[in-house]
Design a protein around this ligand. Structure first.
Ligand code: AGP
Length: 629
């Protein structure tokens, strides 16, 4: 949530910052702003609304200068107003700060500042309090000598800003990724992180700070992923990293895996559609090099566990939020079926506060596309604290969850920009299947069963291609139901979580009411909602529970509820007289069917959202990466 970008170099900062913010807009889009230093003046442009509004403001009143900081906001403290947009300033107006995170003790800090005579607050934000605190400490630290080499803006001033930031952050309870500039200290930015991501981009005669590499990858692919409690200072040529406590450590420069091209929309009207259509490739990438025909199993070196340890696993816990949680729910069914290991699934936000009885030989998997979700990270840390082996299933390389886990499996899905998760979901499903296969082959799965599963996995990319060809049919279904006020989603076993995911996609981007349920739950209450203008979507592939689904479809039909069926194999024939619309996906083995059945539901949400004129990639009130609790 919230994105920050900083630039110091020889080019004009404004276009670089604006372009970076556009790439981070998925992190929040309530308001945006820049502070660019021109001589000893801070040029500030900020406003409520999207980056496009900020760009307009800057085109009307250009901001000149070759270093500055910027921000796109997802509001936590304070309404969405121009005043509450970042950057925020200290009492002198010389220090500007952008912040991603939450200062939990901002009220206490504010009272202390007020007692100290600092009353000039312009906003309701927690961030402004931090800017004032840094400024307050900066004033109290020894000013540089006006004579000699340490004139204002020289080495001493830089150290003074670093020390003031460090001292202020030591008083902060909460999370932050920040960037700070001082109008009198040319070509110099200070950054720090705790709980919110921050990456340093290393260029030639220019350096960058950003919440995410996508903001800077057009300028450099050499980056340093900062750790929690790192404090960095940067100018055009150099950077220095220490901890908030003042100690130094190792900070290797890494190469970003993807390029600026990978984060372009290309010919697609929306990132979401692009990402839906990328799934044949992303599914292939999720299993690339991870299947072995000789042993008919999966190889997952990132788990960093030997065969004896894998065989000893007695329980698995899967945690995540939103779409990642739905993948976990599929994982529960499939790991239990393939490997006969008890699996518990929980919302990361619930799990972290629960007092679950400890168990031996338990593995905890934290599933997260971004690898930065605060609730999932909290669950992971709680598991570690209890001494469990914790593993990450993440897409974002070097994200906090990936780094804090004892091991894990990367999705390799490439950047996912659309706020609605699509390709990351199918990658998560593939990885969970690989885990099921690996653990199953250590236990009850025969070579023949392992081979059958590998064959089915390898067939998936082409089958997804076939499912994507349903797009036109689904578009006409979306048009037919464009007046509907909501939809119900039903599925059983592996496809119950797909009902949840279909409903989430629909809610997220169309703003329509939607709920997912196990099909059999209908008769326990939900059937009261069934009526002629509320479509029910049954995810009923031709699997072990198909006939049970048919019973429930009959119950809806008997009450005149319109039915859309997502099916496979012989399903279409049997549903011909029951469903108003039948969407046929290719047939696969039961545990892989969610990878195919989810595609029409992603497309349905997409086409309906477009038909309703919604902002598909940036739905209201949401942000891609939820780094607050
Ligand atoms: C999915 O469409 C949502 N945007 C949301 O539920 C998301 O899956 C959730 O916030 C978890 O994100 P993560 O995978 O990055 O942890």
């Amino acid at each position: 949530m919230c994105g920050i970008v900083g630039y110091v170099g020889r080019s004009q900062a404004a276009p670089i910052l604006l372009d970076g913010l556009r790439r981070l807009e998925y992190r929040g889009y309530d308001s945006a702003g820049v502070a660019i230093i021109n001589g000893d003046q801070v040029e500030t442009r900020k406003c409520a609304g999207r980056i496009a509004s900020l760009a307009k403001l800057i085109s009307q009143k250009p901001a000149t200068g070759s270093y500055g900081i910027s921000h796109t906001r997802w509001a936590t403290h304070g309404k969405v107003t121009d005043e509450n947009a970042h950057p925020h300033f200290d009492a002198t107006g010389k220090i500007a700060l952008v912040h991603n995170g939450v200062i939990e003790n901002y009220q206490t800090l504010k009272e202390q500042l007020i007692q100290d005579g600092d009353t000039n607050f312009q906003s309701d934000t927690d961030t402004e309090v931090l800017a004032h605190l840094i400024g307050n400490i900066y004033q109290k630290l020894n000013p540089p000598s006006p004579k000699g080499s340490d004139v204002a803006g020289g080495k001493d001033s830089k150290a003074r800003l670093v020390n003031a930031t460090r001292a202020a952050l030591k008083q902060v309870i909460g999370t932050y990724g920040i960037a700070v500039v001082h109008a009198d200290i040319p070509d110099f930015i200070v950054g720090a992180r705790r709980g919110s991501p921050l990456v340093l981009g290393v260029g030639k005669d220019e350096n960058f700070l950003a919440s995410d590499v996508s903001a800077i990858v057009a300028h450099t692919r050499d980056v340093v992923y900062l750790n929690d409690f790192d404090l960095v200072s940067l100018d055009r040529e150099n950077f220095e990293i220490s901890s908030i406590e003042g100690t130094s450590g190792e900070h290797p420069v890494s190469k970003v895996e993807f390029t600026a091209e990978d984060i372009k929309k290309g010919d697609y009207p929306h990132y979401m559609l692009k990402e839906i259509c990328e799934q044949p490739d992303t599914v292939r990438d999720a299993m690339r090099g991870r299947l072995t025909y000789e042993e008919c199993t999966a190889k997952l070196g990132g788990l960093d566990m030997n065969p004896a340890e894998l065989r000893d696993i007695a329980r698995i816990v899967l945690i995540g939020c939103g779409t990642a949680l739905h993948a976990a729910r599929v994982g529960e069914y499939l790991i239990e079926q393939l490997a006969n290991i008890p699996v518990d699934v929980d919302f990361a936000s619930e799990y972290r506060h629960r007092n679950t009885p400890p168990t031996e030989h338990t593995l905890v998997f934290a599933i997260s596309q971004s690898g930065e979700t605060a609730d999932t990270l909290g669950g992971l840390r709680e598991s570690k604290r209890k001494g469990y082996r914790t593993l990450g299933i993440c897409n974002n390389v070097a994200s906090t969850i990936a780094r804090e886990s004892d091991g894990g499996v990367y999705m390799h899905a490439g950047p996912e920009i659309g706020v609605a998760a699509t390709k990351s979901f199918t990658s998560q499903l593939i990885i969970l299947n690989l885990i099921g296969l690996l653990l199953g082959r250590m236990r009850q799965l025969s070579t023949a069963q392992g081979k059958r599963m590998i064959d089915a996995l390898e067939a998936l990319p082409n089958q997804i291609e076939a499912a994507l060809k349903l797009s036109d049919q689904i578009k006409s279904i979306a048009k037919k139901y464009v007046e509907a006020t909501g939809m119900l989603f039903f599925g059983r076993q592996f496809n119950y979580p797909i009902a949840l995911e279909g409903a989430l996609k629909l809610k997220e981007i169309t703003y329509l009411f939607a709920e997912g349920h196990p099909s059999a739950e209908l008769k326990h209450g939900i059937i009261a909602l069934v009526r002629p203008d509320l479509p029910s979507i049954f995810i009923a592939p031709d699997d072990a529970v198909f006939s049970k689904n048919v019973n429930n479809i009959e119950q809806v039909k008997a009450r005149k509820g319109p039915i859309i069926a997502v099916t496979s194999g012989n399903g279409a024939k049997q549903l011909k007289n029951l469903a108003a619309d039948i969407v046929e996906v290719p047939t696969t083995i039961d545990c892989l069917s969610p990878v195919l059945t989810v595609i029409p539901l992603q497309l349905l949400a997409y086409h309906l959202a477009v038909a309703l004129g919604r902002d598909v990639d940036k739905p209201r009130n949401l942000a891609k990466s939820v780094t607050v609790e």
